[in-house]
Design a protein around this ligand. Structure first.
Ligand code: SF4
Length: 382
């Protein structure tokens, strides 16, 4: 009997100890797993905070600053925006000053950032926020999307980065980086954003991303896409995500997202840029509404030759008896046109005889003026 009781006691004790050990191990394992999940983007976030917190739009944060920087950063590199952001904010420090800016002032402040339509959209958005929301930038995606001039990406960026609330601001950088980190075999193209969101939701990755402060995560991923994880170049060895990145483990990061080769059509275009001088001033013509660089001033420009016969951005030169140089002075690009720019000096009288005269005479050396970039380049040959 005694032997039986001792055996039973021993057995129960062993069972009890095993059960405690199992519980501890399970708990420990559970905690470890959660911690590891959390650690996945922790290194990225720390790296981003250490290296990029000094970007001017991050150092002195405001919702207005986020709106401006996010729109500037679309299609423009960080170094270019760095030169412009603070000056733009000095000139237009709040929504009111932006909404009241003349197109001329706005174009001058936007000079160098390209894609001028974004500046116009900013002004429209500022006006709409003042009228609809009394100057308060909403934290709600649906309300943001109703603001004129603000699209899907900017709405998400304002919620995630500006308000630090849940949202996924997916641009081409983030699409690429997320496809690589999770090795998602999606195709690059207009449907990628939608498909990526669906895939992130289906695989419950969105739930994991939700564990992180939205602002830090979005900015960390953006920094990654700009530095270690570029479209055609990766530096996985030094990347803060390399211990968790699936594409790196598989060994083929550049295959994500899949690129379907598409032939981009470029047109050749030869333009004649004419200097008509009067004392220290030169003739400028305002770009017509609906044309490239609408509203900016440009020296008179004519099409000498183009592969695109439907092009109607400038008048065709036709058969005029002019001494056009044999060699172009500088090259520019706009949309899908590769442009050779030829420069010709003409007297006012001769110009009037060939083309008539509309436009105005400006002193190009006085202050900042709303000249096109090509005109600024041409002025170097004056
Ligand atoms: S490890 Fe390589 S592929 Fe993965 S996120 Fe970093 S740079 Fe990109």
């Amino acid at each position: 009997m005694l032997h039986f009781l001792l055996t039973l006691q021993k057995f129960s004790l062993k069972k009890l100890l095993l059960s405690i050990a199992k519980t501890i191990s399970e708990q420990y394992h559970l905690e470890l797993t959660c911690d590891l999940k959390y650690a996945m983007f922790k290194e990225l976030i720390n790296w981003s905070l250490e290296n990029y917190s000094n970007l001017p739009w991050r150092k002195n944060r405001s919702l207005y600053g986020t709106l401006i920087s996010e729109i500037m950063l679309q299609q423009t590199t960080v170094p270019t925006v760095l030169n412009k952001f603070e000056k733009f904010l000095e000139r237009f420090p709040n929504l009111e000053s932006l909404a009241n800016a003349s197109d001329e002032e706005l174009m001058i402040a936007w000079k160098g950032l390209g894609y001028y339509r974004r500046a116009k959209n900013l002004k429209i958005a500022a006006d709409d926020i003042l009228k609809k929301y009394q100057g308060k930038i909403p934290d709600n995606l649906d309300l943001l999307k109703q603001i004129k001039g603000i699209g899907e990406y900017t709405s998400n960026a304002i919620v995630a980065i500006g308000h630090n609330k849940r949202a996924l601001s997916l641009d081409a950088n983030l699409e690429r980086v997320l496809c690589r980190i999770y090795s998602l075999p999606l195709k690059k193209g207009p449907n990628l954003k939608k498909e990526l969101k669906e895939e992130l939701t289906r695989l419950k990755i969105v739930d994991k991303l939700d564990k992180y402060p939205p602002r830090n995560l979005m900015e960390g991923l953006m920094d990654l896409g700009r530095t270690y994880c570029q479209a055609n170049k990766v530096d996985c060895k030094n990347c803060p995500m390399n211990s968790d990145c699936k594409a790196y483990k598989i060994g083929n990061p550049l295959k994500y997202p899949k690129v379907v080769p598409k032939k981009k059509l470029f047109f050749g275009l030869d333009l004649l840029r004419v200097f008509v001088k009067k004392e220290n001033k030169i003739l400028m013509i305002k770009r017509r509404p609906g044309t490239w660089l609408e509203g900016q001033w440009e020296i008179p420009t004519f099409i000498i030759r183009t592969d695109d016969l439907r092009l109607n951005q400038y008048p065709f030169l036709g058969r005029k008896n002019l001494n056009i140089p044999n060699v172009f002075s500088f090259k520019t690009n706009i949309t899908n046109y590769k442009i050779n720019n030829f420069i010709l000096n003409m007297t006012e009288k001769n110009f009037k005889k060939h083309f008539g005269l509309n436009g105005g005479f400006f002193d190009p050396k006085v202050g900042e003026q709303n000249f096109t970039t090509a005109t600024l380049k041409a002025l170097k040959f004056l």
